[in-house]
Design a protein. Structure first.
Length: 512
């Protein structure tokens, strides 16, 4: 079946005056010296490689004032064809329509004159652009294994060995916004010696590019690579080398566990192809290393790069948890049979990692199952839920240890109720219970004594008569002792408060 022929799509735009002017200027430079599109060289390998194209350009140079002959030459697809085509622009002194090509470095415009391949037209018409002019000689260079460097106004071929000139190296380091310190150009977070010796820097994994032929090491930490793109690509856009991967060693320096020897760098090919940025290369390597460690299926606890081996307590101590977090972490980690590798994490953050699997079980070990079920479904952090469960359990324990009475007389029952409430539920609940004071003077005096002991008498004072206040001040110390009593001291403290307030009944017999 015959395919329908679609019209070819061209992206053509009207040239702005400034773009056109620039192009005409370059065409004039080309007219003055058509050899400007080729790099300078001194070696025989380059000489041989460029001899063919030099012969063609010599021919064009000799006919550069003959428009008809240039027209004929511009039908060639080669670099020479692009030179001839662009010389035609120098003659016509105009280039009103430009085509657009999208390169990895961005959009570039050029004028299509003749039949030359667009990469050659781009190179010739941007002969003052150190990156774009490389397009003109890339094919020859790769075929003949040449090493070519292009910067500012210089453009050189160094033959079959990588050998970047000093000026070129300085140009690149400057492009990267780095400073060369000896043989190291690193961000401010990576000390020179560390970068040189491939030593890790705490909490700062970094990209290390060793540029062998330049004898330069480039080091960028993870946070500095957030905006650095792909640094290798930023360098290689100004050079052509047949074997980039042997001239540039790419490594990510940074261990999950300190001092575990050298670590392999993954995804280098993806990085070389430009598919990963500096930052992505660092992050994906650190993730991979973490994952590899996890896969080992050994119990090991690692926090911020430090291994605690199987020492759960040491590991938990380093997290500095609250008591309830400590309890839960210890309970959970005892049941883990694989490495736990974390960094920069709070106890709650670590609990979250295990909460789905172990949350309900931990809670059930603290409180009864119904309550555990209620708690686990609360909209709160693991740490917050554990705190609630923990405090409930503590109250239960205190409550179970306090002495119990039956048939206490009214005043005694009130004092016991307030003190018990305070021991079990704390301050707020106690303050609200104090409002239910018996209305007689003894009851109100004790009530006022409790308020004084709790430091909350001030705004309640108006409720009390002078005699109740006076009596309350006398009883304050007894009230405080009852509030602060251990379960063992509680009974005597209650007895003393009652006796000081003039209650005569003996409560010894009312103990259960
Ligand atoms: Zn940095």
């Amino acid at each position: 079946m015959k395919k329908t022929r679609r019209p070819k799509r061209f992206s053509v735009r009207t040239a702005s005056k400034s773009v056109e002017k620039k192009l005409l200027q370059n065409a004039e430079k080309l007219y003055e010296d058509p050899f400007i599109v080729l790099p300078k060289f001194e070696d025989n390998v380059s000489k041989k490689a460029f001899s063919g194209i030099i012969r063609q350009i010599k021919k064009i140079d000799s006919i550069k004032d003959n428009v008809d002959k240039l027209e004929r030459f511009s039908k060639k697809k080669s670099l020479a064809g692009a030179v001839a085509g662009t010389l035609l622009i120098a003659h016509s002194k105009k280039a009103p329509f430009l085509a657009v090509v999208r390169l990895p470095t961005g959009e570039v415009t050029y004028a299509q004159r003749g039949k030359a391949d667009k990469k050659f037209l781009v190179a010739v018409q941007h002969l003052d652009d150190p990156s774009l002019r490389l397009l003109g000689v890339r094919d020859i260079a790769l075929k003949r294994k040449l090493h070519i460097y292009s910067w500012n106004n210089s453009f050189v071929s160094k033959g079959d060995k990588p050998s970047p000139p000093k000026e070129f190296i300085d140009f690149i380091i400057d492009k990267l916004s780095l400073n060369l310190n000896g043989d190291v150009a690193s961000c401010k977070h990576i000390p020179m010696e560390k970068a040189r010796d491939k030593q890790e820097v705490e909490n700062r994994p970094y990209l290390r590019i060793q540029w062998n032929s330049a004898n330069v090491i480039i080091a960028l930490c993870k946070s500095c690579t957030k905006n650095s793109g792909n640094t290798l690509f930023s360098i290689t856009r100004y050079l052509i080398e047949p074997d980039i991967s042997s001239d540039f060693n790419i490594e990510v320096i940074g261990h999950i566990i300190k001092d575990r020897g050298e670590v392999e760098t993954f995804f280098v090919d993806k990085y070389l192809s430009g598919a990963l940025s500096d930052y992505q290369l660092i992050v994906s390597n650190m993730e991979k290393r973490r994952e590899n460690l996890r896969k080992k299926h050994e119990v090991e606890f690692i926090l911020d790069g430090k291994s605690y081996g199987d020492d759960i307590d040491g590991f938990i101590n380093a997290l500095n948890p609250k008591p309830y977090e400590r309890y839960a972490l210890s309970w959970i980690l005892e049941k883990i049979d694989h490495p736990v590798v974390v960094s920069n994490i709070t106890p709650n953050g670590l609990l979250e990692q295990f909460w789905e699997e172990y949350g309900l079980d931990v809670l059930s070990s603290l409180v009864d199952e119904d309550l555990a079920n209620d708690l686990v479904s609360l909209d709160d952090t693991p740490s917050g839920i554990l705190k609630t469960a923990w405090e409930y359990k503590e109250r239960q324990e205190i409550s179970s240890k306090l002495p119990r009475y039956k048939n206490l007389p009214t005043i005694a029952a009130f004092a016991d109720h307030i003190a018990r409430t305070y021991h079990i539920f704390g301050l707020e609940k106690t303050l609200s219970e104090i409002r239910n004071t018996p209305s007689d003077t003894k009851g109100k005096s004790i009530s006022y004594a409790f308020l004084l002991a709790l430091g909350r008498a001030g705004d309640q004072k108006w409720r009390y008569s002078n005699i109740e206040i006076e009596m309350g001040e006398f009883l304050e110390e007894y009230a405080r002792r009852l509030l602060e009593a251990t379960p063992e001291e509680y009974h005597n403290a209650l007895k003393e408060l009652l006796s000081a307030s003039g209650v005569s009944e003996n409560i010894d017999d009312l103990l259960q």
